[in-house]
Design a protein around this ligand. Sequence first.
Ligand SMILES: [Zn+2]
Length: 239
Amino acid sequence: MSGSLEQLLVVQDLDTQITQLEHRRSGLAERSGLTAAEAELASLSTEQSVLAAQRAALVAQQKELESAIGVVTERKGAIEQRMYAARGTSTRDLQAMDEEVRHLSERQGELEERELEIMVAQDPIDADLAELAERSAPIQARVDALRAEVAQEVTEIDRDLAAAAPARAAAAAELPAALAERYEKIRSRLKGTGAARLIGHRCDGCHQELSAVEVDRVRAMPADTVVTCDLCGRILVPV
Ligand SMILES: [Zn+2]
């Protein structure tokens, strides 16, 4: 193995290490179960929002009714006061006022009945909301714990990546320019692996066995000759 090809393997190994770290980093949330737990929590939160909106609509109706009841009660009170204070009022006027008070009382009764219905309708929603909150709590706790775990691992991976990047740059700087360029071209085409070891008859890039003739040909090349695997096209480095 020539010096530059040996150096190429150093670069490739660092690139592989970086790719693996990046892959581990991007898959952390999924593998740890965080993604699933977050999805579960989001679905509960959607249910919660629907119920909360229903509850808010009922509360708004209740407030409207309360204000209508207030108006009726006030009006009734005012008429009753006038009736008690009105010594000189004609019987006909008193009858009319009495009639209105009765009418307002009926109206008040209707409104109060509707308010009661609305309050009763809130009960099952409140129960469902309480149940949802109870179900959400442990999932939220799990999400929090997993987020912390994932964040911790991401920190560690980032530290490793931060160390690998300058090492890779330094190793790549030692490669002959033409070899580096060729490596990068193959690498971008073949899932990040541009150079592979020839271990026995096997290409470590495509994991296939080369023919005995091909292996002999590769191994017979003078040092520094760049040869590629005839199966996958990666630069092949006999070891
Ligand atoms: Zn190959």
